[in-house]
Design a protein around this ligand. Structure first.
Ligand code: OXD
Length: 307
């Protein structure tokens, strides 16, 4: 079995290393080595468009992350299944990140940190947890975990998804028609949507202005969801209180980006959830074994919806 690792980020040695323990007989090639083009399986992160179409033996494309947007951006994909990573550890880590971020705004650490820098002792009134409604955009495996952790911590939680779902303890809104009502009630908006043509730029002036006064944003899906200038304008005008941003259209975020220095905005380095290479490798190995047995691999995505 020949496995190609195809990424514009260069050689992902850690992936070959983790997988060779699980698949000792496999041979690994890193695109652009010419042998990579004859591989049966492609493990991808941001592949160069057109490369996968040049692999005649390809039977499976596997993302090495939870997202597949960087694969689906290739307009010439061959007709083989595309799988993603679905990792409980990653979902739990993202839930921790979001919980911390919600507490940061709820308990006003954003303001206290600014005051501390100026040696100001000021005790803010404590806002009741019940009055901090958290609105989660995207109720897939990660969004559902985040919703359940926040609800267990006593926060009122709403969720918004393309289609309706039933989730205990979560007020679910669905589709474009219900987006305004969802946004109007969210004191903290958390974006965990997959990146698709429909969701790109969804965090724009129109939608962010629907949030109540003093609401905050937590973004840990993709940078392309956010229209940065619109957020900057709404934070400067005070309509949006602040934001914690973990993902950006260009990563690392360039030093000249105004996001680094705008008061109220905290930048973190795409750290909200990192799956362990060993866990990624064991899911990929399991999917390859299923393919060999003629079974459908786990976590196959639907390219027509984008996740
Ligand atoms: C992922 C990510 O998609 O880390 O796994 O963004």
């Amino acid at each position: 079995m020949d496995i190609a690792i195809v990424s514009r980020l260069g050689k992902l040695e850690f992936m070959a290393q983790a997988l060779s323990e699980a698949l000792p007989e496999a041979r690994f090639f890193h695109w652009p080595e010419p042998e990579a083009l004859s591989a049966d399986i492609a493990l991808c992160w941001a592949p160069e468009p057109g490369v996968l179409a040049r692999m005649p033996n390809l039977r499976l494309i596997h993302s090495i992350g939870a997202g597949v947007d960087s694969i689906l951006a290739d307009p010439h994909l061959p007709p083989v299944p595309i799988c993603r990573i679905r990792d409980e550890g990653l979902a739990r880590a993202m839930a921790d990140y979001v919980l911390w971020s919600v507490l940061y705004f709820h308990r006003q650490f954003d303001r206290v940190i600014v005051n501390a820098g100026q040696h100001i002792w000021h005790r803010y009134e404590q806002r009741a947890r019940e009055k901090m409604r958290v609105g989660i955009m995207g109720l897939g495996s990660i969004g559902s975990e985040v919703a359940s952790v926040l609800s267990q911590h006593g926060y009122p939680v709403s969720g918004w998804a393309r289609s309706r779902k039933d989730m205990a303890g979560v007020d679910v809104y669905a589709g474009d028609a219900e987006l305004p009502n969802f946004l109007e009630s969210a004191n903290v908006l958390v974006c965990l949507l997959p990146l698709t043509a429909e969701t790109e730029g969804i965090l724009n002036h129109r939608h962010l202005s629907m949030l109540p006064e003093d609401a905050s944003l937590i973004l840990c899906s993709r940078g392309e969801h956010l229209v940065v200038e619109d957020l900057l304008e709404l934070v400067k005008s005070g309509h949006v209180r602040g934001a914690i941003l973990d993902v950006f259209t260009s990563e690392p975020l360039p030093a000249c980006s105004p996001l680094w220095s705008t008061p109220g905005i905290l930048v973190t380095p795409h750290m909200s959830g990192l799956a362990k290479p060993r866990d990624i490798a064991s899911q990929i190995a399991e999917n390859i074994a299923r393919l060999e047995r003629g079974e459908t691999p786990h976590s196959v995505i639907d390219p027509s919806v984008g996740y």
